[in-house]
Design a protein around this ligand. Structure first.
Ligand SMILES: C[S@@+](CC[C@H](N)C(=O)[O-])C[C@H]1O[C@@H](n2cnc3c(N)ncnc32)[C@H](O)[C@@H]1O
Length: 268
């Protein structure tokens, strides 16, 4: 495992302030959270009752996207940035279920995710998994670390689910995506989810304000056009930019959709 560098979060797990990875785990029904996370998580749910549904829809999208890429597309390499705490159906489990030789590198900057990383390193014998403690704001360092496990001369699926919303400056977020995708060959993919104040997410604004006053890291929603700009220059796979719960879910017509964009782009 790569040691935390200067751009990583403090290595001490802080239990006096709610942390995103732990609250997300709480909303997903996991057990890796502290009282402060539950208090903030419940207050956010009071303000925005569909947040639990958003978290579950995001994970379900992750499963469908990884199965599609590992199976139909034949992508054998995944770089999952903003991994979150281990839960059911982590990226390597889904990918290696379809393609046992899939190689997966996880990246997160939260010390509690690092503390639980062992559960993410249960690779199939044919494949590989690795964990890098690093900040998304340092994509060069992530690429250097990932290159020890992945062949960066071959296509990679870069997964950034629910993480660009923590890079508050949109130009900085775009630059991170560009640095990553510019370093990877044609046929690489970018898998994204991101909260929005569109798609019925207006009610999330008060919840996000509460979050930013009481928890860490601060978060922002983005419009469809801001989200689309992360995919500039890429071919966006069908069905395009939609609520992540409607992406290839087979129930799009019946599914009203959560306020979280999801999309997969392919580098031409
Ligand atoms: C909302 S969770 C999403 C987890 C997972 N990708 C999913 O979709 O279920 C966001 C994750 O991103 C991590 N994160 C937030 N900001 C980050 C940053 N600047 N660098 C690396 N990881 C970050 C958090 O620690 C958390 O684990």
């Amino acid at each position: 495992m790569t040691e935390p560098g200067p751009r990583t979060a403090p290595s001490r797990v802080r239990t006096d302030i709610a942390h995103n990875a732990r609250v997300w785990n709480y909303w997903l029904g996991g057990s890796d959270h502290y009282p402060v996370d539950r208090v903030v998580g419940d207050r956010v749910t009071d303000l925005y009752p569909s947040i639990g549904e958003v978290a579950r829809a995001d994970r379900a999208f992750l499963g469908r996207a990884v199965r599609h890429l590992a199976g139909d597309v034949g992508t054998g390499q995944f770089l999952d940035i903003g991994t979150g705490l281990p839960t059911a159906d982590n990226t390597h489990e889904i990918a290696q279920h379809t393609a046992p030789d899939a190689r997966v590198v996880y990246v997160d900057n939260d010390p509690i995710v690092l503390a639980h990383a062992r559960s993410l390193l249960t690779s199939s014998p044919e494949g590989a998994t690795e964990y890098i403690a690093a900040d998304a704001r340092d994509p060069e360092r992530i690429l250097r670390g990932a290159g020890r496990t992945l062949d960066l001369g071959r296509p990679v699926a870069v997964m950034m689910l629910g993480i660009l919303n923590f890079i508050l400056d949109t130009e900085e977020a775009r630059s991170i995506v560009r640095t990553l995708m510019d370093s990877l060959p044609s046929g690489s993919h970018l898998v994204l989810t991101h909260p929005t104040s569109e798609l019925g997410g207006e009610g999330n604004e008060a919840a996000m304000r509460f979050w930013n006053e009481n928890a860490t890291p601060p978060i922002t929603a983005r419009s469809r056009s801001e989200f689309a700009s992360f995919l500039d220059g890429m071919d966006v796979l069908e069905p395009g930019i939609v609520s992540c719960s409607r992406w290839r879910s087979g129930s799009a017509s019946r599914n009203p959709g959560v306020a979280q964009f999801g999309a997969v782009g392919r580098k031409p």
